[in-house]
Design a protein around this ligand. Structure first.
Ligand SMILES: Cc1cc2nc3c(=O)[nH]c(=O)nc-3n(C[C@H](O)[C@H](O)[C@H](O)COP(=O)(O)O)c2cc1C
Length: 189
């Protein structure tokens, strides 16, 4: 089973990173390796809306998205993890998602289905917000859902935690890490 994970937080060992690592630990304990992409350290130019993908379904910008496009095509499980920034996904996460417009063109303009993986695709969305306002989760979830459906992930689960602000505060949450570990195991069961 091919499993990929996107970490959209710039903070290494921050709350999103810790939550994602625990999810990955659950998956690895179930016997599967996970390829993690740290979006913050990758060269990902924001989508230019240049129309370059409209006739081919291929993005013409050459940068680190090339490896992500390939990984998405062959993945059976996809995890998207992001902090909430200004009531939305982080810019790092959103830049990667916007570049998947090439998949959208391939699927909806060119009517070429994006293959759903050998085992049927599933997704997992992990979100962490410092405030206790649901609106950030709702906005982030809407974008993440559009991303998942565009790349032919027909179903995904969501784990989110609010009121987690200071770096590492997720470690003091009574259930978050356990839930993340369990969600990892469940994703590959
Ligand atoms: C630029 C910026 C914007 C933020 N906006 C929000 C927000 O709108 N809602 C919220 O709940 N938290 C917001 N936060 C707080 C982060 O979501 C919180 O600190 C989170 O724990 C960061 O996760 P990380 O440690 O994985 O980076 C913001 C933080 C930053 C740096």
């Amino acid at each position: 089973m091919e499993i990929i994970a996107f970490c959209g937080s710039p903070r290494k060992n921050g709350n999103t990173d810790l939550l994602l690592k625990e999810t990955i630990r659950g998956i690895e304990d179930a016997g599967f390796p996970v390829k993690m992409f740290r979006l913050n350290v990758m060269k990902i130019k924001p989508c230019q809306n240049c129309g370059g993908c409209e006739e081919t379904g291929k993005c013409i910008v050459e940068d680190d998205m090339d490896q992500i496009f390939d990984a998405i095509r062959s993945a059976d499980r996809i995890i998207l993890a992001s902090p909430i920034f200004f009531f939305a996904l982080s810019a790092q996460t959103k830049a990667m998602i916007d570049r998947c417009q090439s998949f959208w063109c391939e699927k909806y303009l060119l009517k070429r289905p994006i293959q759903g993986g050998r085992l049927g695709r599933k997704g997992l969305l992990l979100l962490v917000g410092g405030m206790k306002k649901e609106i950030g989760i709702q906005c982030a979830e809407a974008s993440a859902k559009a991303f998942f459906r565009t790349i032919s992930v027909p179903e995904h689960s969501v784990l989110y935690y609010l009121g987690i602000d200071e770096k590492g505060a997720i470690l003091r949450h009574p259930t978050a890490l356990k839930e993340a570990y369990k969600a990892g195991k469940k994703l590959v069961s």
